[in-house]
Design a protein around this ligand. Structure first.
Ligand SMILES: Nc1ncnc2c1ncn2[C@@H]1O[C@H](COP(=O)(O)OP(=O)(O)OP(=O)(O)O)[C@@H](O)[C@H]1O
Length: 229
């Protein structure tokens, strides 16, 4: 399980007078389940890009279990992300032409890490997320099914943290609830910290803590009362 410490972070983009993200001090405990909310342009995607190492930090510390990825090179950040972070992006980033199981395995194949144990785990995970046609091509799947494949792929390497960006966007309420159930259950079963960017009040209400961003700053950090187990 991974915990996060951010200190003295400032992210600036050219053309913007204020930082797109400015966080002086933030701790996320290992195993916690955190919602990230805020209006469009408030810095949520920048936060995801920074904490997952997709984007480089020039000012501040981003420490996962005391390992500061801000000082890492791009290739070291890529390796850190592959080994430790299960990233679920809004647009899935799945590959048409490949089957469900080949999509789950693709990052492992590219990293020459698709051992027989990993291949067996890919099949197990697809079963857990409720997909039994593992050979079905991605482009023939519904959005809810694609999101299930993306979740299975994110969990393949038993990540210490799952980071999901709007995982229920563009799903109907029923599929969205099912995806929310899966994420919450799997985070517990796999022992992963869970960080979810979401506008979905039903999903947010089931997490433990809500960070609200405005103009790149965290303007509210509160426990969610009555969070479901
Ligand atoms: N590469 C970039 N270059 C310049 N400005 C950027 C860049 N990326 C983001 N920004 C700006 O930084 C601010 C925060 O953007 P960000 O995408 O993090 O917001 P968001 O909360 O994720 O928005 P949305 O909900 O619409 O996705 C915005 O003003 C955006 O225009």
């Amino acid at each position: 399980m991974l915990g996060l410490e951010i200190k003295h972070l400032s992210v600036r983009f050219s053309g913007l007078s204020a930082p797109a993200l400015a966080i002086d001090n933030l701790s996320i405990a290992p195993g916690s389940r955190v919602a990230v909310t805020g209006a469009s342009g408030s810095g949520k995607s920048t936060f995801v890009n920074i904490i997952t190492g997709l984007e480089r930090v020039r000012e501040g510390c981003i420490s996962w279990n005391s390992e500061d990825i801000a000082g890492f090179s791009e290739s070291r950040r890529d390796r850190f992300r592959a080994a430790n972070i299960g990233l679920i992006m809004q647009e899935f980033h799945l590959f048409p032409g490949l089957s469900a199981v080949e999509n789950v395995l693709l990052p492992a194949r590219l990293a020459h890490a698709a051992t027989s144990a990993i291949i067996a785990r890919a099949h197990d995970l697809l079963d857990v997320v409720g997909l039994n046609r593992v050979g079905q091509k991605i482009e023939t799947m519904s959005r809810g099914e694609m999101q299930r494949v993306a979740i299975a792929r994110a969990l393949l390497r038993k990540p210490g943290v799952i980071v999901a960006d709007e995982p229920t966007a563009s799903l109907d309420a029923e599929s969205g609830d099912a995806i929310g159930d899966l994420l919450l259950d799997l985070a517990v079963v796999e022992g992963s910290t869970l960080i979810v960017v979401s506008h979905d009040s039903r999903l947010v209400g089931r997490l433990d803590r809500r960070l609200t961003f405005r103009s790149g700053r965290i303007v509210d950090d509160s426990a969610i009362r009555g969070a479901a187990a």
